[in-house]
Design a binder for this molecule. Structure first.
Ligand SMILES: Cc1ncc(COP(=O)(O)O)c(C=O)c1O
Length: 399
């Protein structure tokens, strides 16, 4: 038998070698391996709405099983336009301004690949949803990170302004924000919008948590889309998805809303990346996006209950928590436990305590940042959250 010769060529591209596999998804695999309660990756463990599932099953039974139009079936695009008018007050042309994608994940990378040239800078608030860094590498963008400062995750306006230059092509705004739970205020959004207009920059807004908000007294917590602000409709790509709002993260159906010229670029990239999103699930999407306001009210109320169950459990166990105003994550500070870093702590939590979370450093660009932070998600059933609380009670603070 001959032994295989070592290849003279690298088989992994420079781009692919510049980033690691997702830490978030890895934590799910670790949770499964050690039987830990999985509060790492953000997907519900409760049933998706029965009527939405029924529409998908009907669509398959009715033989809606071939390719949809590459940029999305007409029914679904029409439903997206109607919902966007209802929720955001924006008139969108479904024929020229919507691209249906395989999740918002594909929407974001398709938008970046369609608009960014090699060397262009893209501004990213940090901590950030971990996909944005590989998205930047894959689309040849140079990320420019601007910190969000705890406890309220505000940014320094001078720092943000100084990140903008003639090299800036775009800024990514995730609002409501993963991982921090921040909901950007109107004042902050207007400041960002002003810079985008001044520097003629695009804004990619990840709005997949647009309905998951926790209004409170004394604060103006509401969802503002960048596309609603003056001068921004023509320079914003709204990236959205069915995943979180309808509890169907495995369906992989998302969409981008952008002005016609940008949309035509996104549609081309999308076509050659994926051809299209699943046709029967788009049919169910047309139904889901036509649900009445009460659906979103209950979604919000249920998430508030889940947040208010996990927050005290984390605090009682010794975590310092950053109370989220939106999305379904809680960022925490783990200093009280006396671990060298977030990775060591997460390993301990999964293997010895039986609860999985995500190490904070995976939301930062530089190693060293986020080392005393971990993120928990609470898009889980009562039973799961109770089980997590029982196990967290076994944790011991060391200082
Ligand atoms: C901020 C953010 N964007 C995008 C995604 C991925 O969403 P999708 O399922 O639509 O691809 C997630 C998933 O957790 C997320 O938190």
């Amino acid at each position: 038998m001959t032994t295989p010769q070592a290849s003279k060529h690298r088989h992994i591209s420079r781009k692919a070698s510049l980033f690691t596999e997702s830490v978030i998804r890895e934590m799910t695999r670790e949770a499964m391996k050690y039987g830990a309660v999985n509060l790492s990756q953000g997907f519900p463990d409760f049933a998706a709405p029965a009527d939405i599932k029924r529409k998908a099953m009907d669509a398959i039974a009715d033989d809606l099983n071939q390719y949809a139009i590459t940029w999305g079936s007409k029914d679904f695009r029409d439903a997206i336009a109607r919902k966007t008018l209802w929720y955001l007050g924006l008139e969108i042309d479904p024929e020229t301004e919507i691209t249906v994608t395989c999740g918002s994940t594909e929407g974001m990378i398709a938008a970046m690949m369609a608009t960014v040239d090699p060397g262009d800078e893209v501004i990213v608030f940090e901590p950030f949803y971990e996909n944005y860094a590989p998205d930047a590498i894959l689309s040849d963008a140079r990320p420019r990170y601007v910190p969000l400062y705890a406890p309220d995750w505000s940014f320094d306006r001078d720092e943000l302004r100084s990140a903008f230059s003639e090299k800036t092509r775009a800024i990514i705004v995730c609002n409501p924000n993963n991982p921090t739970g921040k909901v950007f205020s109107l004042d902050e959004m207007e400041f960002i919008a002003g810079l985008c207009c001044e520097f003629d920059v695009l804004c990619f807004t990840d709005e997949i948590y647009e309905h998951i908000l926790y209004p409170r007294e004394g604060a103006d917590i509401r969802h503002i889309s960048m596309a609603q602000l003056e001068g921004m409709r023509e320079r914003t790509v709204v990236v959205n998805s069915m995943s979180k709002t309808y509890s169907v993260t495995g369906w992989r159906v998302g969409y981008c809303i952008a002005p016609p010229e940008v949309t035509s670029g996104i549609r081309k990239v999308h076509d050659f990346l994926t051809v299209g999103a699943a046709a029967p699930l788009q049919a169910a999407g047309a139904y889901a996006l036509s649900l009445p306001a009460e659906y979103y009210d209950s979604l919000q109320a249920e998430y508030r209950e889940r947040r208010d169950k996990l927050l005290p459990a984390l605090e009682a166990a010794g975590f310092k928590t950053f109370r989220p105003d939106g999305a379904y994550y809680i960022m925490t500070d783990i200093a009280a436990f006396g671990f060298a870093d977030d990775v060591e702590f997460t390993r301990h939590l999964i293997r010895e305590i039986g609860v999985a979370c995500v190490p904070g450093s995976s939301f930062y660009s530089m190693s060293g940042k986020g080392q005393q932070q971990v993120r928990f998600c609470f898009c889980k059933s009562d039973e799961t959250l109770n089980r997590a609380a029982e196990r967290l009670a076994k944790l011991r603070t060391r200082i």
